[in-house]
Design a protein. Structure first.
Length: 243
């Protein structure tokens, strides 16, 4: 049974981060949980001190839109040994994957393809304001993150040199198509794990994950990854993290 006071306190403790179409992106003051809630529902809840049955129903339906925080786990969020921040540094890509979740689902209303330094730093500081931790992961994601390689370098240096009291580990999720000597040297020098997205077998990969111009991509990816000393095998599961 949902209590009226519980519903009212939940909506009262939400802060608006941004508007996204007809929805609002909000954050709970008491936990680092992000919510996407229809603007009309949020404004109705905030402006009506009397919690009516319809609003209680809307509150229950939040499970369809986002995750409700578990009050019993409030301490977990700030005591996690290694929380993770994933930065979607690029919404551009070199491939035209048939099942791509990103190309028709740009996250920003202005359809800006590359994250800026200012946004990256703001995101990192926002993350650290909610996680008091001695270690954390900073993950670079896309689109194809290598298309914004300068920002990846900048954020790695920024985290190492400017964030005191938190030790960062890094990870890259990439399709492997634009690895070059400079990128590989940087990966090896910084000892950064790389997650490469591939389909198996090779024929299936080439069918599902061609370049934008329609060319097959598997062989080219394997060639670009070869400086990382990956054996000449089609099954790379023992040597890379495959997603």
């Amino acid at each position: 049974m949902v209590l009226k006071e519980e519903v009212f306190n939940f909506f009262k403790n939400l802060n608006v981060i941004m508007t996204y179409g007809k929805d609002l992106i909000l954050m709970d003051k008491n936990s680092p949980r992000i919510y996407k809630i229809p603007k009309e529902i949020f404004l109705n809840a905030k402006d009506n001190l009397q919690i009516n049955p319809a609003l209680i129903k809307d509150y229950a339906n939040l499970k369809r839109w986002s995750y409700l925080p578990d009050p019993g786990k409030a301490g977990f969020y700030n005591n996690s040994s290694a929380p993770k921040l994933s930065l979607r540094v690029s919404e551009d890509c070199t491939l035209a994957c048939k099942y791509c979740f990103s190309k028709n689902n740009m996250l920003n209303s202005k359809r800006i393809k590359y994250m800026t330094k200012e946004t990256g730093v703001k995101a990192l500081n926002f993350f650290l304001s909610h996680f008091k931790t001695k270690s954390a992961w900073l993950i670079f994601f896309g689109g194809e993150p290598m298309m914004n390689f300068p920002l990846m370098k900048y954020m790695t240096d920024y985290a190492k040199k400017n964030i005191k009291g938190t030790r960062f580990e890094f990870n890259i999720t990439t399709n492997g198509t634009i690895m070059n000597k400079d990128i590989i040297r940087w990966i090896l020098e910084n000892d950064i794990p790389v997650t490469v997205s591939l389909d198996f077998p090779m024929s299936e990969h080439n069918r599902n994950r061609p370049f934008i111009d329609g060319r097959s991509s598997f062989e080219g990816i394997k060639k670009k990854l070869s400086p990382l000393k990956i054996p000449e095998k089609e099954n790379l599961l023992s040597f890379l993290t495959i997603c």
